[in-house]
Design a protein. Structure first.
Length: 253
């Protein structure tokens, strides 16, 4: 299933979501990223293969939140639910992309988030995995909280743009930027020149050595609001990093 709004254009930004990880605010983040690099956006909805298999088991039951009643599930029923969420995702993608006047595409595919989201695509520079289990990127008007951003450094200048986009989203809030890697000034000097401009803005920079990454993730991984890293991280370490995070994650090619 594919839809697009006008002419074909290489997609440099891809947003991958599934039924359990989809927030409107992460769609907005992806749209901002595509607008910043002046290219198109691909929204990819993943029909979770494991969820469909579990739904087909005779022992599986669904418990409704409103009545707490149990009812049997089926693969057909689960597919209808997934397609309903996919339609919502597509509509949101269309509205936000058209409002920012960027080209967009929408696809659905069956599989697993990590397998498909991490698949290398030649025309994709920024892959955003929506791992947020809530709308954590949505600013709160009642309580001013600290936004926590994780940056795992590499040598790519494209990380600077990704960091700038994320910081702009939080520019009226307190930001705690955790940088993992050597010599963070290489990327921070240009990324921080303009985004932090709100009168109430405050940026706290925390540095960690690469050797301390997994200790940091074990302690604070689920607490980040957004993470940025290279999609070319060590193949054995990348899944471990993603498993420790519960936030939108930007993978930079």
């Amino acid at each position: 299933m594919t839809a697009k709004n006008s002419n074909d254009k290489q997609q440099a930004v891809m947003l991958a979501v599934d039924v359990s990880n989809y927030s409107v605010t992460t769609v907005n983040l992806a749209v901002e990223m595509a607008a910043s690099v002046q290219t198109g956006l691909l929204g990819l909805f993943i029909e979770d293969e494991d969820l469909l298999q579990v739904a087909g088991l005779p022992c599986t039951r669904e418990i409704t939140l409103t009545t707490t009643r149990e009812r049997p599930t089926s693969i057909d029923q689960m597919q209808r639910s997934l397609r309903s969420v996919a339609r919502q995702f597509k509509q949101t993608l269309q509205q936000e992309a058209q409002a920012s006047r960027i080209t967009w595409r929408f696809d659905t595919v069956r599989g697993r988030m990590r397998d498909i989201g991490l698949t290398s695509k030649r025309d994709v520079t920024y892959t955003i995995l929506d791992q947020s289990l809530s709308h954590r990127l949505k600013p709160s008007r009642q309580v001013r909280r600290t936004r926590k951003v994780l940056l795992i450094l590499d040598d790519s200048p494209r990380q600077k743009l990704a960091l700038s986009v994320v910081l702009r989203r939080f520019h009226h809030e307190k930001i705690e930027l955790t940088v993992v890697g050597e010599d963070p000034e290489r990327i921070l000097s240009s990324a921080l020149t303009s985004p932090i401009t709100g009168k109430d803005s405050e940026l706290v920079l925390i540095r960690y050595h690469r050797d301390d990454l997994f200790e940091l993730l074990a302690r604070a991984g689920p607490g980040f609001d957004c993470a940025i890293m290279s999609r070319h991280e060590n193949e054995a370490e990348l899944p471990r990093i993603l498993n420790a995070l519960r936030c939108p994650t930007i993978l930079v090619s």
